[in-house]
Design a protein around this ligand. Structure first.
Ligand SMILES: Cc1ncc(COP(=O)(O)O)c(C=O)c1O
Length: 362
């Protein structure tokens, strides 16, 4: 437990149960929000202070707040799951807390203690437990974020910050519900350059990816794939997911972390689970040209995207300006399904948890 005490301001008029049930029946992704939010303030003079849980609502902001001008903002994403005994769990929240600290450091922001991050998430899940939807693909998506709110137009790290946690009841990320998604290989735009902010989960990275994502959508694809900025050759990651490749010898590879890729919690969990299963795994660079050639020759059997939001989703079609190719039969392969099941069974407390990844909230 952290030293900070959370002051509680319960919602005076939470969403009525019948209305909530209606919203939870088909929540989609990121549109349905729970009743409360956690807020903690930071100032250079006081450090982290004024911790509260209060009704979710608009946050008054001065038009000169630094984040609105220089995008000093970082965030996280993790999920709370309902358990069979009526409890709730989070999956590896300390990993998100650590990444939040690393993102903050890169953006010249203060470090939020790991235990305070986890306590804030726990408190929101406990308070808004009624918003965790039932169902296999459903969960309560927790979105911690922090931004600069000093009122000053000079370009420098802000002296004040606001940390907030909100929660959104979610179903599956991809609307199509298909067993495999299509991806567009962006040739014009890159996501992150060496020395940049690619490994940080900061809003600016996503702002920079939106035009490429729109291009993907225009070409009928679900997600954009980014190649490296230096050579425009190596596959890095998707707009909001890491990527894995499965080969005909049963082995698995994923692009190595090197500062330009987000170090995904799902990515690291899958690497561990694959090793547990005796699957050969490599973190190595893989070029778009190899991807195409291996898909044609059959050396590449499967590819999948992974992340908290998308969990594990097969990639069936790869499209680029010069044409497209299919991976395997264009659907989900057996290795993808096997790894997805292994991960989801732990996340949903249906299987043993040998690595102690499941964090019981209550
Ligand atoms: C760019 C990017 N890559 C990868 C991931 C996957 O990370 P994680 O598995 O921690 O959700 C995400 C999602 O958070 C992301 O936004």
């Amino acid at each position: 437990m952290s030293k900070l005490k959370f002051v509680r301001h319960p919602h005076p008029s939470p969403v009525p149960a019948a209305k909530r049930a209606e919203l939870l029946a088909n929540p989609g992704f990121g549109r349905v929000f729970s009743d409360h939010m956690v807020t903690i303030r930071y100032s250079e003079a006081e450090g982290w202070h004024d911790a509260r849980i209060e009704p979710r609502g608009p946050i008054p902001m001065d038009p000169a707040a630094a984040v609105l001008h220089y995008a000093q903002e970082v965030f996280e994403g993790l999920k709370a799951y309902k358990t069979a005994d009526g409890g709730a769990t989070l999956f590896r929240p300390r990993e998100n807390a650590k990444r939040f600290q690393q993102s903050a450091e890169r953006l010249a922001m203060p470090s939020l203690p790991e235990e305070l991050f986890v306590e804030a998430c726990d408190l929101l899940v406990k308070t808004d437990r009624a918003w965790i939807p039932d169902g296999d693909g459903a969960s309560l998506y927790i979105r911690p974020f922090m931004f600069a709110n000093e009122i000053f137009l000079g370009v420098k790290p802000s002296s004040n910050y606001l940390f907030i946690v909100i929660a959104s009841s979610v179903g599956s990320y991809f609307k199509s519900g298909a067993d495999a998604v299509s991806v567009w290989v962006s040739q014009e735009y890159t996501r992150a350059a060496p020395g940049g902010t690619g490994a940080a989960k900061c809003g600016g990275n996503y702002a920079a990816s939106l035009l490429a994502q729109s291009e993907a959508t225009r070409h009928g694809c679900d997600q954009v794939v980014f190649l490296d900025a230096a050579e425009r050759k190596w596959v890095e990651e998707l707009g909001g997911m890491n990527v894995f490749f499965v080969f005909n010898d049963g082995s698995l590879s994923t692009p190595p972390l090197g500062g330009t890729i987000l170090p995904g919690v799902t990515r690291s969990s899958l690497l561990t689970l694959a090793k547990d299963k005796g699957i050969k795994v490599r973190e190595e660079r893989y070029s778009y040209d190899e991807w195409k050639a291996d898909a044609h020759s059959g050396k590449l059997r499967e590819a999948f995207a992974c992340g908290t939001a998308a969990v594990v989703t097969a990639i069936g079609t790869v499209r680029a300006p010069e044409g497209e190719f299919k991976i395997g039969n264009g659907g989900a392969g057996t290795r993808t399904e096997e790894l997805k099941a292994a991960l989801v069974d732990i996340q949903r407390s249906r299987a043993a948890d040998p690595h102690k990844w499941v964090h019981k909230v209550f």
